[in-house]
Ligand binder design. Structure first.
Ligand code: AHR
Length: 481
């Protein structure tokens, strides 16, 4: 038996709702035939976007959505996506006959989507292939009050008199790689150049600098060193972490189950190490972490388009467990992280939805976001576990309190053994009544398909949290009391 101690007096800080954020890129099947079906489609839509997805995102309280990339952002010209006549451009982040970007979805359409979902927008600005003035103009177009600038007038003529609300702007994407192949020293200079114009023109926006990938702490160090003496326009340090793959996405072995979870758990070390570097430069007040791409990255071809959509993959119980584990880590480090965006929302890497034509299904990962949603905005408390050192048979936990209710989320990382749990409250007695939801499938490879959309769905379970209870192997439990 493992004991989970809920240490109520040991508060860790507020879990920013934005830790449960999303990412949508003009890549593969994310937009066209994924999110976007067009206003004239027979598929139920709200201003061209799949109604079903909008409703399901509202249900999980999706707080923020990043757009238009990713790598795509670094060749994106915002002018292509406004007005009546939209040029078609090459899009390297697609394959087959999708290699062209029609620009049907641009600034106005994406903002319609955010409004329908009730989420904030996070725009990723191109730093590689346009000038700071070009980005300043995009901000002017989006944010200037009605009746002020010529670009505000153009926005009005395009149907949106009032400014858009876009609180977050990324200054580049992966500039160590696809975004210009820069050194950290060079990027630090570019960040200073772009952010000075962006922040001076619109001081209320939050600017996020391009951070490192995986274990590149050299990038973090050099970027902090190169920006620490500038005016502090950095409101977030946006790093990426993909835990990658281990074996086949659908037929992985038991060892590969554990291997992928271990790779996912490594994000905790990366969070802590980056945070220490940032604090070492006293940048913690301006540079909290933004993990604006995270998730599994399996080989292409396991999704319903059979490889037609670039990067599209299926999402099994193992991917759901990666999400559960990662979100628990984010909750437990909520003092260091201000936003995180799982990559990507539909028909892509670690997706919440798979869609095509009239089909649209939730993946098991969607259900994790649903089960965890009450952590958003809650106060995280310390939750410690006894006898939890052997990774393959360990559990992942986080706990938070909101409106005097505790939400405890637990992933049983063992794919072979059930685990017995006893809760012990410190500073508060554990009551005998709870609402509990379990995400479990007998087969750890279980996943939803267009033909069997409910192979993996959560079920309500009866648990008395004041007494020992069992979590089945490879299952995720959310318990609220
Ligand atoms: O999410 C897919 C790609 O992964 C993004 O375009 C890029 O930022 C990252 O390398």
């Amino acid at each position: 038996m493992k004991k989970i101690y809920l240490l109520y007096p040991q508060k860790k800080g507020r879990i920013a709702p934005e830790l449960y954020g999303h990412f949508t890129e003009h890549l593969g099947g994310v937009f066209y035939d994924g999110l976007w079906v067009g206003k004239d489609s027979s598929i139920p839509n709200i201003k061209g976007f799949r109604k079903e997805i909008i409703e399901k995102l509202r249900a999980i309280k999706a707080p923020v959505i990043r757009w238009p990339g990713g790598c795509f952002a670094e060749t994106y010209d915002w002018r292509d996506g406004i007005g009546e006549h939209r040029p078609t451009r090459p899009n390297w982040w697609t394959k087959n006959d999708k290699r062209y970007e029609s620009n049907e979805v641009g600034t106005h359409e994406f903002m319609d989507f955010c409004e329908a979902v009730g989420a904030d927008a996070y725009f990723a600005a191109n730093l590689t292939s346009v000038s700071p003035l070009h980005i300043r103009n995009w901000m002017d177009y989006c944010l200037s009050p009605r009746g002020t600038t010529s670009l505000a007038l153009e926005r009005e003529q395009n149907g949106h008199p009032e400014p858009f609300t876009i609180p977050y702007w990324g200054v580049g994407n992966e500039n160590w790689g696809g975004g210009g192949n820069m050194t950290p020293e060079y990027y630090a200079g570019e960040f200073r150049r772009f952010s000075a114009l962006m922040a001076n023109a619109f001081p209320s926006v939050q600017l996020f600098a391009c951070g490192e990938d995986a274990n590149d702490f050299h990038w973090t160090n050099k970027l902090m060193e190169g920006t620490v003496d500038s005016e502090h326009h950095m409101n977030g340090y946006a790093m990426h972490y993909y835990c990658g793959q281990a074996g086949d996405p659908l037929t992985f072995s038991k060892d590969e189950w554990t291997c992928l979870l271990k790779q996912a758990a490594h994000i905790e070390d990366i969070i802590v190490r980056n945070w220490h570097i940032i604090c070492g430069y006293s940048m913690q007040n301006c540079g909290k972490l933004v993990i604006d791409e995270w998730g599994c990255w399996h080989s292409d071809g396991s999704g319903p388009s059979h490889g037609y959509n670039l990067f599209e993959q299926q999402s099994t119980m193992r991917d759901a467990m990666v999400a559960a584990l990662t979100l628990n880590i984010f909750n437990n480090h909520c003092d260091k992280i201000r936003m995180a965006n799982v990559a990507q929302l539909v028909n892509c890497l670690h997706s919440l939805f798979l869609a095509g034509g009239e089909h649209c299904i939730e993946t098991p990962t969607y259900h994790v976001f649903d089960m965890y949603k009450e952590h958003q905005g809650a106060e995280a408390i310390e939750a410690t576990v006894t006898d939890n050192d052997d990774f393959a048979s360990s559990i992942s936990v986080s706990a938070s309190v909101k409106d005097e209710k505790t939400l405890l989320t637990v992933g049983n990382l063992s794919c072979t053994g059930d685990v017995e749990i006893l809760l012990e409250g410190v500073g508060k007695t554990i009551p005998a009544e709870a609402q509990a939801t379990l995400l479990y499938a007998e087969d750890m490879h279980a996943h939803n398909t267009f033909e069997t959309p409910e192979a993996v769905t959560p079920t309500a379970v009866h648990i008395d949290p004041a007494r020992p209870f069992v979590i089945p192997k490879a299952a995720i439990l959310a318990i609220r009391f």
